[in-house]
Design a protein around this ligand. Structure first.
Ligand SMILES: NC(=O)c1ccc[n+]([C@@H]2O[C@H](COP(=O)([O-])OP(=O)(O)OC[C@H]3O[C@@H](n4cnc5c(N)ncnc54)[C@H](OP(=O)(O)O)[C@@H]3O)[C@@H](O)[C@H]2O)c1
Length: 334
């Protein structure tokens, strides 16, 4: 029997959480590379919170995935059947290969990775896009000074876990916010944050002010909503807020209320700035080198949550992100 390619194509636009019937999951003919192209046998697909936004028919920083198109996703895999002189069979590469088993590429936006330094899935996690997001968001947008207090939400996750560790490397006090005692213990005991606040326990504001006795100088926002509001109320004069994500609102079906403590921006003269990691694409090599050095030196701990089930497990596995079901960078094994 000829080999086939299992694919997940968007078949309808969701309301609220993604449903299985928003995707057609089917076996298709194996794609053949043309001149200048190569095929990638995908081993791991990165499941990222932004994927929920990519299927909305709305203005964003990238066009929406079209109905009938393979779902957009970053992935890692091995080059085969190469007809491109820059990529050889056997190379391990990352790129926007989609939710499928095989992709054909002309090499645009594709990066070769070194699996002798880290396993393939790490190159789509802490050493890939989420690691870059943490690095640029902290060092280029928030710009903390030594001794300052840096607070990060979704602290046990792909981006947040790296943010706090870089903050520590830069001599800051790192305070995480995460859901549940187990994740909070991981953030302090394994990742070395100075404190971690459990937003699922009582009195978030009281816990946070105890963890930040000198207030908050830098807020790295991954969640939004009530957590964001509570942090705003503790910001210091000339604090900086890097708006990285708002995961609590990605599946909202009604308009989401704005921050109640907006006035803090005025009275504290805060610098609030959103960013998308792609803004820094020309500086990726610099970040990759630095993250790789820290990781190699044991200063950066990285955890993946790799799920089985292949293409057929999509989008159920993706939905774990929005229900706190993942613990570490969420990856779908193909
Ligand atoms: N700006 C950019 O370029 C860029 C790039 C990558 C990612 N991001 C953003 O960064 C954020 C984190 O992404 P990630 O890939 O690192 O995901 P992640 O933190 O590994 O996983 C998502 C986590 O978010 C938390 N969460 C989900 N719903 C929540 C809610 N309603 N309230 C509070 N916490 C909730 C959960 O952690 P708990 O168990 O602690 O609740 C969950 O495990 C997302 O907002 C994402 O969109 C932005």
């Amino acid at each position: 029997m000829a080999e086939t390619n299992r694919t997940a194509r968007l078949s309808s636009r969701p309301t609220g959480m993604l449903q299985r019937d928003n995707f057609e999951i089917a076996s298709e003919e194996l794609p053949e590379p043309g001149d200048g192209e190569f095929r990638v046998r995908i081993s791991h697909i990165s499941l990222d919170p932004a994927m929920r936004g990519w299927v909305n028919d709305a203005k964003s920083y990238v066009p929406p995935v079209g109905i009938g198109e393979v779902m957009r996703a970053i992935a890692v895999g091995t080059v085969e059947a190469s007809r491109n002189s820059k990529f050889a069979d056997g190379d391990t590469v990352t790129g926007l290969f989609g939710v499928q088993e095989y992709a054909v590429s002309d090499g645009s936006g594709v990066i070769k990775v070194d699996t002798s330094k880290a396993p393939p899935e790490r190159w789509i996690g802490g050493l890939g896009m989420p690691g870059m997001t943490a690095y640029f968001g902290l060092t280029e947008i928030a710009v903390p000074n030594e001794g300052e207090t840096v607070v990060v939400s979704a602290a046990s996750g792909a981006v947040g876990s790296i943010v706090g560790q870089i903050a520590r490397i830069k001599g800051c006090r790192a305070v995480g916010i995460a859901g549940g005692a187990e994740k909070c213990a991981y953030v302090t005991d394994e990742l070395g944050f100075d404190a971690c606040v459990d937003y699922k326990a009582d009195d978030l504001r009281g816990q946070l002010s105890a963890a930040c006795p000198d207030g908050i100088d830098v807020l790295f926002e991954n969640v939004g909503g009530e957590i964001h509001d509570t942090c705003l109320s503790l910001m210091n004069f000339r604090g900086r807020v890097a708006i990285c994500g708002m995961i609590s609102a990605y599946n909202a079906t009604e308009p989401v209320p704005g921050p109640y403590n907006y006035r803090s921006i005025l009275v504290n003269r805060l610098n609030v700035r959103g960013f998308i990691v792609f803004d820094f694409i020309s500086q990726y090599p610099q970040a990759a080198k630095q993250l790789g050095e820290w990781h190699g030196a044991g200063k950066l701990k990285i955890r993946e949550d790799v799920r089985e089930g292949g293409i057929d497990a999509f989008p159920d596995v993706l939905n774990l992100l929005y229900t706190s079901g993942n613990f570490g960078k969420l990856v779908l094994k193909v």
